[in-house]
Design a protein around this ligand. Structure first.
Ligand SMILES: [Cu+2]
Length: 166
């Protein structure tokens, strides 16, 4: 016979490692009425590595992790591999780089709306993040959201031409 204590421990075990993910400076932007992209800074403040392995949303038929890379002088978007974020590290999803691609939007992304995105962080669990739609935002600009920690310089890639960005 199992004691209630053992059952309790078994239930708590998956959460024993402290997984803490903070998402800041996120926003969504339309590419056209049917597709768009989401950008954000994901910070791992826990003590175990977390791997962003998938994304989902009710707002679109499909959401995929994408990355932009240059091939033969052309910027192309390809599906990204899962992104592992070590403890204490951040990963930036930004224009011209890694991003969440939204395909088959059920309705066009209107400014001011919030879109709910579910991040699948593997062993670190699922994280639901509301992201504001901001179609006017320029690459590298800092949003009006609080909690930004001054890493705006990271987005200064410089080599991207605006029309090839997601
Ligand atoms: Cu994309």
């Amino acid at each position: 016979m199992k004691s209630p204590f053992l059952i309790l421990m078994a239930c708590l075990l998956p959460f024993a490692a402290q997984a803490e993910i903070r998402v800041t400076d996120g926003y969504v932007r339309a590419a056209n009425p049917k597709s768009g992209a989401a950008f954000m800074t994901i910070r791992n403040t826990g003590d175990t590595a977390c791997t962003l392995s998938g994304v989902s949303t009710d707002a679109a038929a499909r959401a995929e992790l994408h990355t932009s890379r240059e091939e033969n002088g052309m910027m192309r978007m390809v599906k990204a591999d899962p992104i592992t974020i070590a403890p204490g590290q951040s990963h930036v999803l930004a224009r011209g780089g890694d991003h969440v691609m939204l395909m088959g939007l059920h309705e066009p992304l209107a400014d001011g709306r919030d879109l709910l995105l579910m991040l699948d962080l593997g062993d670190c669990g699922l994280l639901s993040v509301p992201l504001p739609v901001d179609n006017a935002r320029k690459p590298g600009a800092t949003g009006g959201m609080s909690g930004h920690d001054g890493h705006a310089g990271h987005t200064g890639h410089g080599t991207m031409s605006p029309q090839t960005q997601p």
